[in-house]
Design a protein around this ligand. Structure first.
Ligand SMILES: Cc1cc2nc3c(=O)[nH]c(=O)nc-3n(C[C@H](O)[C@H](O)[C@H](O)COP(=O)(O)OP(=O)(O)OC[C@H]3O[C@@H](n4cnc5c(N)ncnc54)[C@H](O)[C@@H]3O)c2cc1C
Length: 458
């Protein structure tokens, strides 16, 4: 397969981090006929940026750490510049009363219930334990992970087994606050894929309030980084794929909308390709609208779970949170903000990150009727939180977005060999799969996976 002719016609579905990085690496290897089909009118997917009062704000992905080797390399090439995030703090919703907010340092919070000696010893032991797993975890993807039951169990169990539970609050900052789930629900392999040695160092120093310059953000926002990447690629926007049929060749039937000045034109296209790379969400609700799914694809993709996450912004004049980043700990129940970001303290736009409930009647979370109910709950949670901080907010938020975040499987499904079967599907019916499900929902791990997949197969 690596000898695939350079003129092979390759269709990439989705212009998020996964699709654009796959197309970028294909181009780097000399492939000339790569077409990216994107449903929306912009690139980036969950990397979404806006400009407000002349500054760029991230409504999706925001941070990079020194572990982002591939992303940083591409950023240098396309000229996307970075700046360092400012300090963080913790807001305790349970200790707070109306107009008497309790803010703490991150260091005080993560060390609560432990002492410097125990905490320091646990940090040293984590470095050792994580380095022992490097050979397994540094390989892109999770093939063979079911042979390591210690890595498919929930992360809190792994921490307890290694006598590292005193680091739980520290790990909650990037994992639970950022919507990847409770430590007792996220499988260890995901948490440790995220917590590379370098990312852990960033976390520890950030938690200790040491200004080492990381994490960083793109000055123009994460979406604009991907826009720069996309300028060298053939991306079709506003595409509605009607069907993809895979036989000797891959037939893609789609409508494409184009705006030329005041005119909107819709083109119907039938294109033939030699390969297909699926870089859109791999959930059945998306794929079954256009793809001739095989029974194995159906069986695997119906096991995918999401942690829908919302981001709401409010304009709050004459207000400063004190620090750009505020983690809410202990976390309130779902529906309340767990992370608050005032990206620039001299700018009135404040962002609230809220994990949405996923189970029961809200499972149909894309349904518009339940969307407005959920949004009302999220707004109520933000209003209650800010009232305790001394700010009365009305219902006039500035933006509200819901993201189909963190495609993953449970510990049981991971242990049952899900990833071995998924990896075995790569290349069958000339189809490949990339994105957060394959290597964890972070831009760097997604880009690493796309690169490895292209190098192995093209
Ligand atoms: C609030 C938030 C904060 C985050 N913070 C960070 C962070 O700090 N650092 C970090 O590294 N990551 C972060 N992430 C995660 C990161 O954004 C994602 O892991 C990554 O962007 C996902 O990329 P993807 O290409 O796999 O998927 P997506 O971004 O979902 O891209 C899929 C693309 O497919 C398109 N598509 C869908 N259906 C179709 C169709 N039928 N036809 C054609 N196209 C279709 C979509 O429009 C989209 O453009 C964050 C995410 C969120 C939501």
């Amino acid at each position: 397969m690596p000898n695939t002719a350079k003129h092979a016609r390759i269709c990439v579905v989705g212009a998020g981090a996964a699709g654009l990085s796959a197309a970028y690496f294909l181009k780097q290897r000399g492939y000339e006929n790569v077409v990216v089909l994107e449903k929306n009118g912009r690139v980036g997917g969950l990397c979404c940026s806006i400009t407000y009062k002349s500054r760029s704000f991230d409504l999706g992905a925001n941070y990079l750490t020194p572990a982002y080797k591939e992303v940083l390399k591409i950023a240098k090439e396309v000229g996307a510049e970075l700046y360092s995030e400012g300090p963080g703090q913790v807001y305790d919703p349970f200790a707070s009363q109306p107009n008497k907010p309790v803010f703490k340092s991150i260091q005080e919070t993560v060390m609560q219930g432990t002492d410097l000696f125990t905490y320091g010893g646990a940090i040293a032991r984590f470095y050792w334990e994580r380095s022992q797993l490097e050979a397994i975890l540094s390989v892109p993807g999770f093939a063979g992970i079911s042979l390591h039951p210690e890595l498919t169990q929930p992360f809190s169990n792994w921490l307890a087994e290694k006598d590292l539970s005193c680091l739980s609050t520290l790990f909650e900052l990037p994992i639970t606050n950022m919507g990847y789930g409770d430590l007792n629900e996220i499988p260890t392999a995901y948490a440790l894929k995220y917590m590379t040695i370098e990312t852990f160092t960033t976390l520890v120093t950030y938690g200790a309030g040491l200004p080492l310059g990381w994490p960083k953000r793109f000055i123009d926002g994460f979406q604009r980084f991907w826009e720069r990447v996309s300028w060298g690629l053939e991306v079709h926007f506003n595409v509605s794929i009607k069907s993809i049929k895979r036989g000797a060749t891959i037939n893609v039937h789609f409508l494409e909308q184009e705006q030329i000045l005041d005119d909107f034109d819709t083109w119907e296209q039938n294109l033939e390709f030699d390969y297909l790379i699926l870089a859109c969400p791999l959930t059945l609700d998306v794929l079954q609208t256009f793809l001739d799914l095989s029974p194995t694809e159906k069986e695997l993709f119906q096991k995918i779970e999401l942690n829908p996450y919302s981001l709401t912004t409010y304009q709050i004049p004459n207000f400063s949170m004190g620090t750009p980043v505020t983690n809410v700990i202990p976390m309130n129940q779902e529906g309340n903000p767990w992370f608050i970001s005032q990206q620039f303290l001299d700018n009135d736009l404040v962002a609230f990150y809220t994990r949405l409930p996923w189970e029961e009647d809200l499972i149909d979370w894309k349904n518009h009727a339940s969307r407005s109910d959920r949004r009302d709950e999220v707004i109520k949670g933000i209003q209650a939180t800010m009232q305790n901080i001394g700010v009365e907010l009305d219902d006039q938020f500035y933006s509200y977005d819901e993201w189909p975040y963190f495609p993953h499987v449970t510990s049981e499904v991971m242990q049952s060999g899900f990833y071995d079967r998924l990896e075995a599907l790569q290349g069958q019916r000339k189809t490949f799969y990339v994105g957060g499900l394959l290597n964890f929902e972070l831009v760097e791990t997604i880009v690493e996976y796309s690169k490895a997949l292209v190098e192995k197969n093209f």
